[in-house]
Write a protein that binds this ligand. Structure first.
Ligand code: F0G
Length: 346
């Protein structure tokens, strides 16, 4: 089999994208069966994790960024910009570097996990921080890109969804079926919109006949879609989804409505419990925001025998601080054999 060459190479005929691909060989992430986690989250169901943290910059954002930067380069962009809670920033920075385009990222000061900030800086982006939420940063970059030639690469840019929808294609190909449920965390609502586009496109192209039920999860302190109101000051330790006024709110509602699905809120404590369970029961390390989907699944009845795909959107190494602060510290022992045996109890 030929080596994997990225999403655009694989799916170009099913995407509205122009120009030579700017790619880091993103996509083709594993779909991992998780029976032990299923016993905890959805007993009797067949649970799979779509491990999007294995994309080149460690999050699902690379799917939409290969297409957004390809399109921007094709149109001769010299500068791209995004507002971000961190992952979009790191991804935009990497793909812009690959295309030789200047990248500016605008982030909420002090609310971006370390691995994401480190990525954006390492890839050479111009990193700007504001005292204010992601929502305000997004408004600022929208205003800027309205009357300059700087290109917006947030998921308001339709090229982003063209790439992100391929995750739905992969899920169906990997399962050889459409799952009964698709479960994912929701922030600015680009990803839920893209999955819904992808599953619907497969039906219209005759590739599949059914659609999944979509289960979205938002953090209790940042749950505008669940409670149908803007959160002026969103707050959650799941900083990636600390968003109070999602740009694709209407499309998320449409996906929930058309799929007979549900958007539900999960507390920070529930998110952390799910974050620990997926790591400790299955050996899969994700960032806290990603685990919101699993926390939501645990609160939602699923029938035995149904197939559930949970999307883990970002890698755990993006947020080492959360991993350390939610675990007990390493135990210090003297460098002697007896101490080692004593510590293990053998
Ligand atoms: N999970 C992770 C790890 C994310 O980084 C994000 C969004 C989401 C879930 C939610 O996806 O916004 O499409 O509903 N992160 C954006 C960012 C906002 O700037 O990196 P969404």
């Amino acid at each position: 089999m030929a080596a994997w060459q990225g999403l655009i190479h694989r799916y170009r005929s099913r995407m509205n994208i122009h120009g030579e691909a700017v790619s880091l060989c993103e996509g083709n992430t594993p779909l991992i069966p998780c029976p032990r986690l299923a016993e905890w989250a959805c007993p009797g169901a067949n649970l799979y994790i779509k491990y999007e943290g294995l994309n080149p910059t460690g999050s699902f954002k690379d799917r939409g960024m290969t297409t957004a930067i390809t399109e921007a380069a094709h149109h001769g962009a010299r500068t791209v910009i995004c507002a971000s809670t961190g992952n979009t920033a790191a991804s935009a920075a990497a793909y812009a570097a690959r295309a030789g385009i200047h990248c500016v990222v605008l982030i909420p000061d002090g609310k971006v996990a370390l691995g994401k900030l480190a990525g954006a800086m390492a890839y050479g982006a111009q990193v700007l921080q504001i005292e204010g939420s992601f929502d305000f940063a997004l408004k600022m970059v929208r205003d800027l890109t309205n009357d300059t030639d700087v290109v917006l690469v947030n998921s308001l840019n339709p090229a982003r969804l063209e790439g992100q929808k391929t995750a739905a294609f992969e899920v169906v190909e990997q399962l050889s079926a459409v799952p009964d449920w698709l479960c994912l965390p929701v922030g600015n609502a680009g990803n839920i919109s893209a999955y819904w586009m992808g599953f619907n496109q497969m039906v219209s192209e005759g590739e599949s006949r059914t659609l999944p039920i979509v289960l979205g999860a938002q953090a209790e302190g940042a749950a505008p879609i669940v409670y149908d109101r803007v959160f002026e000051q969103p707050e959650t330790l799941a900083t990636a989804i600390r968003i109070g006024n999602p740009a694709r709110w209407d499309q998320a509602n449409q996906a929930i409505k058309e799929s007979n699905g549900r958007m539900l809120a999960v507390t920070d404590a529930e998110i952390i419990e799910a974050y620990q369970k997926v790591a400790q029961l299955e050996g899969i390390f994700c960032e806290p925001s990603s685990a919101a989907g699993i926390a939501g699944l645990r609160k939602n009845p699923v029938q035995p025998g149904e197939t559930v795909v949970c999307v883990l959107t970002g890698h755990g190494l993006k947020d080492p601080d959360s991993a350390l602060s939610t675990s007990s510290a390493p135990q210090k022992i003297a460098a002697v054999q007896d101490e080692l045996r004593g510590a293990i109890g053998c």
